[in-house]
Design a protein around this ligand. Structure first.
Ligand SMILES: NC(=O)c1ccc[n+]([C@@H]2O[C@H](COP(=O)([O-])OP(=O)(O)OC[C@H]3O[C@@H](n4cnc5c(N)ncnc54)[C@H](O)[C@@H]3O)[C@@H](O)[C@H]2O)c1
Ligand SMILES: O=c1ccn([C@@H]2O[C@H](COP(=O)(O)OP(=O)(O)O[C@H]3O[C@H](CO)[C@H](O)[C@H](O)[C@H]3O)[C@@H](O)[C@H]2O)c(=O)[nH]1
Length: 345
């Protein structure tokens, strides 16, 4: 019995692969390497390079590796891009997911764990936001994910398919053992950008909006460490295998930090006072969004280990330095043999 990880060459998926290997699971990765990296997949794990919307390839992979469960990370993930290319997002994230779910049903895959997002809530009325709050995504990205949640619910009602939908809040940090991290140089995520500024890999950064109705005027987010998030998927897998009912859970720590607070922590941890330009609001940003996490803790038994922003920032800094030492911060040309684990202080 094998777990298929789509998007396993990407940021979160590569941490999930490590988590599965540590749990003694058999793993196969399916990834088209559009934003992922061949070297991010451990040599012991088969990597099928291809598209998760390719029905023949998926069906063959499910049969060849005797896949019992799918953890589906592969997606396009940049919110502003989804506004300029909505049909590309609906194709990759929604239409191809329909194909993947159909292949899973037809091939007798039992469990399906899906990467959803806090973006399905839009701008929530209450924080922490609970799973049963109204779903009002503000972007095609959020809608492309919400439609998959609905497809899974309907498919599970009609077929012998069991799902866990995990709605991630803001994913950050890197593997504590230094084996994986966020490697996309063009990443727009706050902590990655601030860390790059601290290391001088970019001249500085912009802060989008200081006029929100929040304590210091900048946006508030719930930053979940990536290995804690991978562990939540293992908890979900164990829960489904034990016969747990289909479930949708937020993944976050139930407390937030403002953008200004995050920048201060990056400056403190790095010891560098990098330039920050105050700019206007970025379109589509909710003022504050923080995960209610009672459900994931009580039903899945999730116990986070890295709820510490300074530690998360330290991990991100070490990973960024590691990428830089390798000669490029974004290259599929890095040979696996050249990748040494980053040293974490
Ligand atoms: N990073 C975050 O803060 C965040 C927050 C909420 C939800 N998510 C979700 O988590 C998942 C993983 O995100 P990530 O940050 O690791 O992104 P990522 O871009 O690093 O990883 C996505 C992976 O999917 C692959 N991929 C994309 N389309 C594919 C296709 N059609 N066929 C095969 N492979 C394909 C890419 O090559 C890449 O390796 C996504 O579904 C994303 O929507 C991420
Ligand atoms: O250079 C930057 C980058 C970000 N920010 C601010 O920092 C906060 C966090 O922004 P991120 O881009 O890091 O993350 P988002 O909250 O926009 O998005 C994240 O959460 C979303 C769900 O709410 C989606 O899931 C998305 O994929 C995921 O990256 C926002 O207020 C943003 O305006 C800046 O000020 N400057």
């Amino acid at each position: 019995m094998t777990v298929l990880v789509t998007g396993g060459a990407g940021y979160i998926g590569s941490h999930m692969v490590l988590e599965l290997l540590e749990a003694g699971e058999k793993v196969v990765v399916l990834d088209n390497l559009s934003t992922g990296f061949r070297w991010a997949v451990p040599a012991s794990v088969p990597l099928v390079v291809g598209d998760f919307g390719d029905e023949d390839l998926v069906t063959e992979t499910l049969a060849r590796y005797d896949v019992e469960s799918i953890v589906h990370f592969a997606a396009k993930i940049v919110v502003p891009d989804s506004v300029t290319d909505p049909l590309g997002y609906y194709l990759n994230n929604t239409a191809k997911a329909r194909t993947l779910i159909e292949c899973a049903v037809d091939s007798g895959v039992r469990n399906f764990i899906f990467s959803s997002t806090a973006a399905v809530y839009g701008d929530p009325q209450h924080n922490p936001v609970m799973e049963d709050e109204p779903l009002k995504p503000l972007s095609p990205y959020g809608r492309s994910k919400l439609m998959v949640e609905w497809m899974l619910q309907d498919a599970a009602n009609a077929h012998d398919l069991h799902y866990a939908v995990l709605r991630y809040f803001n994913v950050a940090g890197a593997d504590p053992k230094g084996r994986a991290g966020q490697s996309t140089a063009q990443a727009t995520h706050l902590i990655k950008v601030a860390v790059q500024a601290a290391l001088g890999h970019r001249p500085g950064m912009e802060l989008f909006g200081t006029d929100y109705a929040t304590p210091d005027g900048s946006c508030v987010r719930d930053y979940i460490q990536v290995s804690d998030l991978a562990a939540a998927h293992m908890d979900a897998l164990r829960y489904l295998r034990a016969g747990g009912e289909n479930i949708t859970c937020n993944c976050g720590y139930a407390h937030g930090y403002s953008v200004l607070e995050v920048i201060d922590v990056v400056k403190k941890v790095s010891g560098v006072d990098f330039p920050v330009k105050i700019s206007g609001r970025r379109a589509g940003d909710p003022a504050a969004i923080v995960a209610g996490n009672d459900k994931i803790k009580s039903v899945l038994g999730w116990t986070p280990k890295y709820d510490d922003l300074e530690q998360i920032v330290r991990q991100a800094l070490h990973w960024e330095q590691h990428l830089h030492r390798m000669g490029t911060a974004n290259s599929a040309r890095i040979a696996p043999a050249k990748i040494a684990p980053a040293k974490i202080a």
